[in-house]
Design a protein around this ligand. Structure first.
Ligand SMILES: Nc1ncnc2c1ncn2[C@@H]1O[C@H](COP(=O)(O)OP(=O)(O)OP(=O)(O)O)[C@@H](O)[C@H]1O
Length: 268
């Protein structure tokens, strides 16, 4: 059974469809990357799964049950969520912020889980520092630690490597992959297609609210999708470190068939 599932999910925001008949499923043990241009619907899909974006049709399921039928506590036990928004209202120490991710544990256990999660994201030196007194990347690590401290059945991370230095980006993706190998279902939205291809088991490509490709990374991110969805003239190269996308923007008129996200017809 899928730990995370959108089935025919359709949602509207501001009078416009932001998800249209989206099917996405993530099984325990899998790391799935959600990719697509700005505004494609990645955050909307993740928010729908978290029960934060109501659907006009279709269903969002956590562990096989409709998210809207689950209590907040049941949702939190089934999925941890790292939102794209990295703002934190109060200037709490990192340890306390990370411990908020483990609300069902007794105080000392929550603190231990938070300490462990901060160490995992290489932020152990920040435990006592107020989050308002941190750099953007440091705060991003603390928020990721909060999601990791939860130890839920599934983990959704909206742009988990945004704002991180290159070494930390790799560290976080290896961490997410490790979580998947340990049995969690992990869904992460990513903009870096090379890193998505290297770390994800599967890639789901969204464009203008629709799933336009899905499968093993290099199959989902073939030349047609790179051109039509991302506006890239690109090719994949095999390197000792894994696949590497060498891409350039299409120049005007280089391919009459190339369209960018949001154009009316549906890229194949
Ligand atoms: N609160 C809102 N009201 C109206 N429209 C919204 C709102 N939030 C997002 N949208 C629209 O919904 C669509 C999908 O947005 P979403 O944030 O899901 O995209 P995304 O793929 O996560 O983009 P990005 O890569 O820029 O983070 C976009 O067209 C966006 O303009």
């Amino acid at each position: 059974m899928s730990a995370l599932e959108l089935a025919g999910a359709t949602a509207r925001l501001g009078g416009r469809a932001v998800l249209e008949a989206v099917d996405v499923a993530v099984a325990p043990g899998e790391l799935v990357a959600l990719v697509g241009p700005n505004g494609a619907g990645k955050s909307s899909a993740i928010r729908a799964l978290a029960g934060l974006l109501p659907l006009t049709s279709g269903e969002a399921r956590l562990g096989g049950d409709a998210v809207h039928a689950l209590s907040g506590r049941e949702r939190a036990a089934r999925v941890a969520y790292l939102p794209q928004e990295r703002r934190i209202a109060w200037n709490l120490p990192a340890l306390e912020v990370a411990a908020l991710g483990a609300p069902f544990l007794a105080g000392s256990q929550a603190i231990a889980a938070a300490r462990g999660a901060l160490a995992q994201v290489e932020a152990g030196h920040l435990v006592d520092r107020g989050v308002a007194e941190m750099s953007g990347g440091e705060r991003a690590r603390v928020l990721l630690a909060r999601a990791l401290a939860a130890d839920a059945a599934a983990l959704m991370a909206d742009e988990p490597i945004a704002g991180l230095d290159p070494d930390a980006q790799l560290m976080v993706l290896e961490l997410l992959r490790g979580r998947a190998r340990a049995g969690q279902a992990v869904l992460a939205s990513l903009h870096d297609l090379t890193l998505a291809a290297r770390h994800a088991d599967r890639v789901v490509v969204l464009d203008a609210g629709r799933v336009v490709a899905e499968g093993p990374p290099l199959e989902a991110l073939g030349p047609g999708v790179l051109a039509r969805v991302f506006g890239l003239s690109g090719r994949w190269m095999e390197t000792p470190e894994g696949p590497l996308l060498s891409g350039v923007r299409y120049s005007e008129g280089s391919d009459g068939g190339v369209r960018r996200s949001g154009s009316p017809s549906n890229p194949g």
